[in-house]
Design a protein around this ligand. Sequence first.
Ligand SMILES: C[S@@+](CC[C@H](N)C(=O)[O-])C[C@H]1O[C@@H](n2cnc3c(N)ncnc32)[C@H](O)[C@@H]1O
Length: 310
Amino acid sequence: MQVVTTHVPVLLHESLHGLRVKPEGVYIDCTFGRGGHSHVLLEELSDQGKLYVLDQDPSAIECAQQKLGDDKRVKIIHQTFANLAQVGRDNDLLTKVDGIFFDLGVSSPQLDESQRGFSFSHDGPLDMRMNTSAGITAAEWLASVSVKEFINVLREFGEERLAKKIASRVLEQQQICAITTTQQLAEIVKTCYPTNYQGIHPATRTFQAIRIAINEELQALQQGLEAAFDLLNGGGRLAVISFHSLEDRIVKRFIRDTKQEDLLPKLPVMPELNDHLKSVGKLIRPSEQELKVNPRCRSARLRIAEKVLK
Ligand SMILES: C[S@@+](CC[C@H](N)C(=O)[O-])C[C@H]1O[C@@H](n2cnc3c(N)ncnc32)[C@H](O)[C@@H]1O
């Protein structure tokens, strides 16, 4: 099968610079996508270096096989990063990894292929699964969700102010005729907004919320970060690109909370710190120049942290 290969990598040089790649190091790209970051990382690795690439989307894995299947330095793993701890155990990586990278969210091929059902701009089946070989589709989710849960999802994962109205109206319509396409859903959500509404597309937050819910994105991120911390060696680096405040908050808190110091009352003599993460530099956002070339990166934020041993 020919897989779509176009995805413009975001904050490419900033993230690779943040990882401080060593030619003989061991690295994990937890979100291969179309391999933009992996490609540049591999340019910096010698024959002794090693790169593990993960993605939960079978089409990303197929692309990885096509691009990197013959590269002896690369191991390709079809897996969610929620199971990164298991990947670490299977490959004997505990405290042996020099750098771990997450580029969260969806890739351009996922958004642009209408069959994937991620986008309200293209009509397609209401799917939204990142792993098309497991889990339930957005249409199946809508057919079984309660109004209360739908409202919670819209509020929590979409920060949608019209959550109540949207959830009630969508589920009313669902009773009359099953909602199975992206356009059906987008049109119903649009009717919940005032006719003079100006701003981002009315369905943006609803689509984001349902996508996060059915792919369990925030739990996966928390689990992935915890495992990444255990796999990093002293001086190993973590680089995470997030695309909305819910993700960024989890990353920021995770880095902060590895430092017990921040959680303790200030004492005259501070206890010895456990292994922890230290932020490297400030939050990085795309430059004006990158925004011009790739407007899709406008909400991207990159955080870099380094593991410090006690
Ligand atoms: C923004 S894209 C990555 C793009 C990539 N850095 C590049 O330059 O081509 C995000 C990718 O992460 C994958 N992904 C999202 N959540 C995941 C998870 N929990 N486990 C593994 N892969 C995941 C998606 O399937 C998608 O391919």
